[in-house]
Write a protein of this length. Structure first.
Ligand code: TTP
Ligand code: MG
Length: 361
């Protein structure tokens, strides 16, 4: 839905996340160029603080190049457990604030703002409050975007960076989108960008002006999607909405997890998080589900029905682990994403009702 104020989506992304965490924990590094990444001979940059970006340092650049560009930078190895801890706190804030939250990676999530009303001012003030809460709680900067759909919300947070807050109002979509380079559209990687440039399409506005038939002829269904995005239309629902009436947690790793013990301990942690949230919301559920994504992005889900509804933390944790060991295939080279969900939820208080109430008389 894109129409005038019918729905609003927020997107939050932490600024220079790993580097900002290091600057928080090491005050002597604040204001200095901080580069987090592999320190070995073939290491690459994970994150460069904004001070380091001024030297032309970017994610995925070889560390050796970064060191040449900025010999006086502070070079640090990543501390994933610490980043995960902060990521969990950010997600907890979002979970409390919004009904539907879709975590995308350690430092990035979408959230539905529709529950705050259908007007833009209502959505905007809710999103501003969320940004403030995240910054107060973590003492780290983040950027928040608001738009009528997922695509525009994420674009808004990117365009506002760093420490940004930007709203893309449906009425302004063309002004914002048209001047952007075509690779800002989702799905346009290097090779697609080259093909589009070959057709003389350099800016999003060029793409929007081209007849749909031409794009479909050249790119098939991807062409249709491109044309929609170029017009600011994106109807993909938040992931949480597709699994209606369930509570889920998931985590994407910045590297592939190959050790089954590590995978299991993540599954346990996520299951405990789901079960605690169910208790907080006074819900019981009957279906336990896990989701695994492999490095090639293939995603599988497995689920089990319990005999009765429960909100028991150990029971939900045990079932999630059982699903993992039942038929896990770690032979795929690792795990990229793990999710745990409980579905078939109902109000915990219903559990108190007798199953076969006595009939009067
Ligand atoms: P991003 O959100 O893409 O980047 P960022 O938070 O460092 O900077 P900003 O959002 O302000 O542009 O990624 C989040 C974290 O994910 C990042 O801090 C480190 C990690 N990461 C990698 O490890 N490798 C990568 O190639 C990228 C892009 C990110
Ligand atoms: Mg970020």
């Amino acid at each position: 839905m894109t129409a005038r104020g019918e729905r609003w989506i927020g997107h939050l992304d932490m600024d220079a996340f790993f580097a900002a965490v290091e600057q928080l924990d090491r005050p002597e590094c604040r204001g200095r160029p901080v580069i987090v990444g592999g320190l070995g001979p073939r290491g690459v940059v994970s994150t460069a603080s904004y001070e380091a970006r001024a030297f032309g340092i970017r994610s995925a650049m070889p560390m050796s190049v970064a060191q040449r560009r900025c010999p006086n930078g502070v070079y640090l190895p990543p501390r994933f457990a610490r980043y995960q801890e902060i990521s969990d706190r950010v997600l907890a804030i979002l979970d409390r604030a919004a009904r539907t939250v879709e975590a995308v990676s350690l430092d990035e999530a979408f959230f539905d703002l529709s529950q705050f009303g259908t007007t833009l001012p209502a959505a905007e003030s809710a999103a501003r409050a969320i940004k403030r809460r995240v910054e107060e709680d973590t003492r780290l900067p983040c950027s928040v975007g608001v738009g009528p759909n997922r695509f525009l919300a994420k674009l808004a947070s990117e365009l506002g960076k760093p420490n940004g807050f930007l709203v893309i109002d449906p009425g302004r979509v063309r002004d914002v989108l048209d001047p952007l380079a075509i690779d800002r559209l989702w799905g346009v990687g290097k090779s697609m960008a080259r093909r589009l440039q070959g057709l003389g399409l350099l800016r999003v506005g060029d793409l929007r002006a081209v007849p749909l038939e031409l794009l479909v002829r050249e790119f098939g269904s991807a062409g249709r999607r491109l044309k929609q995005l170029a017009s600011g239309i994106d109807e993909t629902p938040l992931r949480g909405e597709m699994e209606a009436k369930s509570i889920s947690r998931e985590v994407t790793f910045p590297y592939d997890l190959a050790d089954l013990r590590e995978v299991e301990s993540e599954v346990r942690r996520l299951a405990r998080g789901v079960a605690s949230q169910m208790r907080a919301e006074r819900l019981v559920g009957r279906t336990v589900r896990i989701k695994l994504r492999y490095p090639d992005f293939r995603t599988i889900t497995r689920q089990a029905q319990l005999g009765h509804r429960t909100d028991s933390v150990p029971l939900i944790e045990a079932h999630a682990v059982h699903l993992l060991h039942d038929r896990t295939c770690l032979d795929e080279g690792g795990i990229r994403l793990i999710g745990v969900a409980v579905a078939d939820l109902s109000d915990a208080r219903e559990r108190q009702l007798p199953l076969f109430p006595e009939r009067p008389g």
